[in-house]
Ligand binder design. Structure first.
Ligand SMILES: NC(=O)CC[C@H](N)C(=O)O
Length: 227
């Protein structure tokens, strides 16, 4: 079982993600995007960072890297794919997941801990939690505001494809607890090919190692553990 953590020019969370996965006993390796996916790949992370300096739009250039065709084929074939932060932006730009992440309402880079509520606990990324659980995760982004047209938003909601919603510590969804102005306070969604493909803006890999403090993100990365 190898999870490939795809490194683009400007990725900066690839090492942390490998370390976080390995701390959970999940084998992982960094893969430079020009080298393509390893033959034995059984999971893929698009990690956080600033691929290509966030030029054009965050994630827009990495989404056109040739390795993304391999990622798409793997996703279609059922391989779990998780996009974290810049990886979430890449996932949406590559149409693996719906919508887009755009400039925070504050127009500032925001680096803080937030609470998110588990909206659908019946996915590989949330099955460690119960629906309605509130977990604490770090965010660090300038372009994290989830945008989508109203029709597709309704479909996402109806199909239970919202993974996490920003909320207060008691689970109440309020505008104040929405750090970036995301529609419906959405922090993560599942993909077009099924819920084995997902993206989220918060960083579960930064909330995995006990030494760092918060470990609420472990359950998300557990999604790569084979059943
Ligand atoms: N931590 C990250 O992955 C940064 C995300 C992204 N480049 C932004 O600032 O929006």
């Amino acid at each position: 079982m190898t999870v490939a953590v795809v490194q683009f020019g400007g990725s900066n969370c690839d090492r942390d993600t490998v370390q976080a996965l390995e701390s959970l006993g999940i084998e992982a390796e960094r893969v430079w995007h020009e080298d393509g996916l390893p033959a034995d790949v059984e999971g893929i992370v698009l990690p956080g960072g600033f691929s290509y300096g966030d030029y054009l739009r965050a994630g827009a250039m990495a989404a056109h890297s040739p390795i993304m065709d391999e990622v798409r084929d793997a996703a279609v074939a059922g391989t779990p794919v998780l996009g974290i932060c810049n990886g979430a932006q890449i996932g949406c730009e590559a149409s693996l997941t719906p919508g887009a992440f755009t400039t925070n309402e504050s127009a500032r880079f925001q680096c803080e801990h937030v609470h998110v509520r588990v909206e659908n606990a019946d996915t590989p990324w949330t099955r460690q939690y119960e629906e309605g659980d509130v977990i604490e995760l770090p965010i660090a982004h300038g372009e994290g505001r989830f945008e989508i047209d109203d029709d597709r938003l309704e479909t996402l909601e109806d199909e239970g494809r919202v993974l996490f919603r920003y909320c207060e510590a008691d689970g109440t969804v309020t505008p104040e607890a929405n750090p970036n102005g995301s529609k419906h306070s959405i922090a993560g969604v599942t993909g077009e090919e099924g819920d084995h493909v997902a993206v989220l803006m918060p960083h579960p890999e930064r909330a995995t190692l006990a030494d760092i403090g918060v470990t609420d993100g472990q359950g998300v990365l557990e999604g790569f553990r084979a059943d």
